[in-house]
Structure formats: C-alpha cells, structure tokens
Write a protein that binds this ligand. Structure first.
Ligand code: ADP
Length: 166
C-alpha cells in the first residue's frame, strides 16, 4: 500500500525525518509531498525544500521506497492522483490534534476513500517544529541536534541572511 506525508517542510527537521522513517517501514511506498501554499511565507523555495528533503531521506538506512514530490491543489486530490490511500500526519501535542482533526475531517468529507493516519511524535521531538528551528537559528542558537546534518549549513546561512535584512 502507498502512503503520502504532506507538509511544508520549511525546513525539514529530525522530527519530520523520524515520521518519514517510521511511515516508510509501515508502507510499501511513501511519497513525501511538499504542498504548494502561496499563502504561507516560507524561507526556502519549493525547489530548495525538495533538494534538502531528498538529501536528508538518502541518509536513512532504508530509503528505496521513499520519493519526494512537490504537490499542488487539494492534498486529497493530489494523493488520489498519485495513488496514495493514506495520508500520514504527525501529532506533537493536543494543540496539533485540534487543527489536525479539523483538517482530517474536512479531507474525509472531500474524499471518503483516503484515510488520514496519525503518528505521535517521539517524546524527544515533541517540542520540535520548523518555526522553532528558524527562531533558534535566527538568534544564533545551536540547531545541530534539530535538523539533518546535511542541511545544517544552509539553514544557518539562510537565517543569518534573514537576520541581516532586518
Ligand atoms: P504543515 O504546514 O502542513 O503543518 P509541517 O512541515 O510544519 O507542515 O508539518 C508537517 C507534519 O509533520 C504535520 O502533521 C506536523 O504535525 C508534523 N510534524 C512536524 N514536526 C514534527 C515532529 N517534531 N514530530 C512529529 N511530527 C511532526
């Protein structure tokens, strides 16, 4: 069975990568979807996020069944198009649950044949988000335990550039 894991990944964190690894062990195929959302202000372009995710995924011990794609339109429509019956999402806290429940319910209404499946965050990553990574890097904190090693330099550099612009 094929699953997809949609998100923004601006940038990918070790928390995302943990969900990718766990989900890829459960399903025959996993497509990680960088969903296009022009209303969200991202610091990395879709192509940069794709490149960072692809390099991070390659470092997983087993990654042959994982692909990274840029998705457009409604997530359920995109999932249907690529033949994914399951959409994986992560839950870190009750605050995530409220939003995720609303989105998953709307998605079920839009397409009854696609299920949302939740993975709970590992306790050590339950505080971790892309925004926390950006906030810490912006203020010169150490983000090395929070992002895959292969993308560390570019995240630090981009946040320094952002800090200089302000
Ligand atoms: P979105 O804008 O779609 O929420 P994100 O890239 O922020 O995109 O997150 C994608 C998914 O990954 C969400 O379901 C989010 O709850 C989950 N997620 C984010 N960080 C973590 C983490 N540290 N552990 C587990 N799940 C996470």
């Amino acid at each position: 069975m094929k699953a997809c894991y949609p998100g923004t990944f601006d940038p990918v964190t070790v928390g995302h990568l943990d969900i990718i690894e766990r989900a890829s062990r459960m399903f025959d195929e996993l497509d990680v979807l960088i969903m296009r959302n022009p209303r969200k202000k991202c610091i990395f372009t879709e192509e940069e996020r794709l490149d960072m995710l692809e390099r991070s995924v390659k470092e997983l011990p087993r990654h042959d069944n994982i692909r990274v794609l840029i998705g457009t339109g409604l997530t359920v429509d995109f999932a249907q198009k690529i033949g994914a019956r399951i959409m994986v999402r992560g839950i870190r806290a009750v605050s995530d649950y409220e939003y995720e429940l609303q989105t998953a319910t709307a998605n079920l209404m839009l397409n009854e044949s696609i299920e949302t499946l939740f993975f709970i965050a590992r306790p050590q990553y339950s505080f971790l988000s892309s925004s926390a990574v950006k906030e810490i890097a912006y203020n010169d904190g150490d983000i090395s335990p929070l992002v895959p090693a292969c993308i560390l330099d570019e995240v630090v550099q981009r946040m320094h550039e952002t800090a200089l612009q302000h």
